[in-house]
Design a protein around this ligand. Structure first.
Ligand SMILES: C[S@@+](CC[C@H](N)C(=O)[O-])C[C@H]1O[C@@H](n2cnc3c(N)ncnc32)[C@H](O)[C@@H]1O
Ligand code: SF4
Ligand code: SF4
Length: 330
């Protein structure tokens, strides 16, 4: 539900400015062009532009707005058992991504990527394959100096730190660790330390974005959040809450709707199932499994082609999962 969020700071121009060789710049601009065509519904490419890999389903947090922290939520069940994608399978997936033309890989979905000890190897492998854009999203709690140094030298292009607050009061309401409020100041200090070390090492990448889910009880902090982080990071992402607790589908007023995620992305869950988007509601739509099919087979399948057609023709509301997703996105 990308159009319902706003990003301040042009991370793509900053990427172009930061890239060295002319060939790297050309490659990045070509990728952005492909992405633009797909996300504007102008072209379905022969491959997904972007792939999310949920390398495992573990998180050190249990935030109240996330399925991991919602025991009553039907999507919570999967997090009761730890699942990990085999290490060799991840290398195989990355090889296939490179072969078929995937330009962007994110090593996180609903998990904490820094809690996986192999994360730096995965990023490094993707970087050596010359996958153009490599990113992770993290709660920043495990940013030890060792992890910071590993990240800075991994080939990672972008990192998003999720904060959602500008005070310990609102942070503690939402972000829990072992059922207790996580320490806001520790998260902020970790991010500031990351930025300091990055600066000392004169690294341009990874570019840094901080994010803030707007809620009734924290929207008064939005301006101060912006003022504090604006000159420290490369972009600020204000996100809308997706309500995963409401099981009753509201009636959607409009008869037409389209979502661009199935046009540019595939999202791989820790159990190997492949989904058309990164939104938890979309997990009810299964496109296949990486242990039985290649990504190319999944992308070319009739099922996905029909699903993409539904979106290209603004008939997403005809799919009950998408209708429910649309209705529960603030
Ligand atoms: C699921 S988390 C995974 C990465 C990492 N654990 C983190 O929190 O940054 C990815 C992003 O989804 C956001 N998120 C989680 N639950 C959400 C919800 N119900 N609505 C909107 N965004 C949500 C988080 O704030 C985070 O920015
Ligand atoms: S830190 Fe991220 S994955 Fe973990 S519970 Fe919070 S939002 Fe979910
Ligand atoms: S569930 Fe459907 S509408 Fe929602 S993000 Fe996924 S593809 Fe888009």
């Amino acid at each position: 539900m990308t159009e319902k969020t706003s990003v301040l700071g042009d991370i793509h121009s900053k990427t172009v400015d930061g890239l060295g060789a002319k060939s790297e710049v050309e490659q990045y601009l070509a990728y952005r062009k492909e992405f633009e065509l797909a996300s504007n519904f102008e072209k379905v490419h022969n491959y997904p532009i972007h792939v999310d890999i949920e390398i495992d389903n573990f998180c050190n947090f249990a935030c109240t707005f996330c399925p991991i922290g919602q025991p009553e939520n039907k999507f919570h069940e999967q997090y009761k058992t730890i699942k990990k994608i085999d290490k060799n399978k991840i290398f195989e997936l990355l090889d296939e991504c490179k072969k078929i033309g995937v330009k962007s890989v994110q090593f996180s979905l609903v998990n904490e990527p820094l809690a996986n000890k192999n994360i730096f190897e995965y990023i490094n492998y993707a970087s050596r394959l010359n996958i153009v854009d490599i990113s992770i999203v993290s709660n920043a709690y495990l940013l030890s100096e060792k992890n910071i140094n590993s990240l800075l030298n991994s080939g990672l292009k972008k990192i998003q730190f999720s904060l959602d607050s500008f005070s310990p009061e609102t942070y503690k309401e939402r972000r829990l660790k072992n059922l207790k409020p996580a320490n806001y100041q520790k998260t902020v200090n970790n991010i500031l330390n990351f930025l300091k070390i990055k600066n000392e090492q004169k690294k341009i990448f990874p570019l840094v974005r901080v994010s803030f889910i707007e809620l009734d009880d924290n929207k008064h902090e939005k301006n101060n959040f912006f003022k504090f982080w604006n000159d420290k990071v490369d972009a600020i992402h204000f996100q809308k809450l997706i309500d995963y607790t409401n099981n009753e589908a509201k009636k959607y007023e409009s008869k037409t709707y389209k979502c661009n995620m199935p046009i540019f992305r595939l999202s791989i869950k820790a159990d190997g199932n492949v989904k058309p988007c990164c939104v938890t509601y979309g997990e009810e739509i299964n496109l296949g499994n990486i242990y039985n099919q290649s990504l190319n087979e999944i992308w070319q399948s009739k099922f996905l082609k029909d699903f993409q057609k539904l979106h290209l023709e603004s008939r997403a509301n005809e799919n009950s999962v998408c209708l429910n997703c649309i209705n529960n996105t603030a």
